[in-house]
Design a protein around this ligand. Structure first.
Ligand SMILES: [Zn+2]
Length: 313
């Protein structure tokens, strides 16, 4: 979005691309997951919803490329769209309703954030995100009118949580990860119960806070995009310590009353179009390591968001 380089370029520059491809070959040897990619896009039951696909303004063929990548994977992508590209993605979503769900990115500190959010709604956008690079903590009173609007529209709002990349190394930046800590989402979820609050990156590295906030708030979910599944590829079983309350009385209402604590996760890739399949493999490696039931896997990969977003195409 407003980054001076893409996330993928950034990761490559930081030398983590090698780690990602290493994990790709590692997960290639894991058994084929039982839910697998669907053979055709009309198999709605196996639809995968990717909550975290940033619109790439530098790619003039973005929409065509997205359809090409998502069709064989049976993925519906929530496309996180800057305000200036709002018309392009609104129209693309109408042409490809099974592939694109439009989400509007707003700068929470801009003077006309509320007006931009209203316009996104008028254009048929399903929610906001990814909110990030905020100048104040997410719970700052000045941001409440945006949440009130999102609550009125029963919107889904995707928040960046946890550590955030540095865009400029040689000049000052007014950016700080603590403003985007996962526990801030608790207050937003409780004050605005009609918002579905999605936290990107599971609060990296404060996974425990993310898990606990999700546990007590039925309208909070997290994705595992970012560096986490790469960082933890040799210790994926540790996710059981974060999502620990399966089969206990210590949870709250879940999609389809699924008893697994892992049902508080949703799928998000955040790696550019060419990274979606890799992140899917990483999620499935985590499912295998933690014995996540097949039913829960389907909810995580798409079932939960299909219902919340009312996807029918
Ligand atoms: Zn993010």
């Amino acid at each position: 979005m407003q980054h001076s380089f893409s996330r993928r370029q950034f990761l490559t520059a930081m030398g983590t691309a090698a780690a990602v491809s290493a994990s790709r070959s590692a997960v290639a040897t894991t058994p084929a997951p039982s839910e697998g990619p669907a053979p055709s896009s009309d198999q709605a039951a196996d639809r995968i919803v990717d909550m975290h696909v940033h619109f790439d303004e530098k790619n003039p063929n973005f929409v065509d490329d997205l359809v090409k990548v998502t069709e064989p994977l049976n993925v519906t992508a929530c496309v996180l769209t800057p305000y200036r590209s709002r018309m392009l993605i609104a129209e693309a979503a109408k042409r490809h309703p099974a592939r694109i769900v439009p989400f509007g990115y707003v700068d929470m500190d801009a003077p006309d954030t509320l007006r931009q959010a209203e316009e996104f709604h008028t254009l048929g956008y399903k929610g906001l995100g990814e909110l990030e690079f905020v100048k104040k903590p997410y719970t700052d009173p000045s941001y409440m009118p945006v949440y009130e609007l999102a609550d009125r529209h029963s919107w889904v709002v995707l928040f960046h949580t946890g550590i955030v990349l540095r865009q400029k190394f040689g000049e000052p930046e007014d950016v700080a990860s603590y403003r985007m800590r996962a526990f801030h989402l608790e207050e937003i979820a409780r004050r605005f119960p009609k918002i579905t609050v999605l936290g990107a990156h599971c609060g990296n590295p404060e996974y425990e806070w993310a898990g606990e906030v999700a546990r007590w708030n039925p309208n909070v979910f997290f994705d595992l995009s970012g560096s986490t599944l790469t960082k933890m590829q040799d210790r994926l079983v540790e996710f059981r310590k974060i999502f620990w309350w399966t089969g206990t009385k210590w949870g709250t209402k879940t999609p389809e009353d699924d008893p697994s604590a892992f049902v508080k996760l949703v799928f998000g890739s955040d790696e550019g179009l060419d990274g979606i399949a890799t992140v899917l493999s990483q999620y499935r490696a985590m499912f295998d390591a933690c014995d996540v039931p097949v039913r829960t896997r389907k909810l995580i990969l798409g079932g939960t968001l299909t219902k919340i977003l009312g996807l029918t195409a």
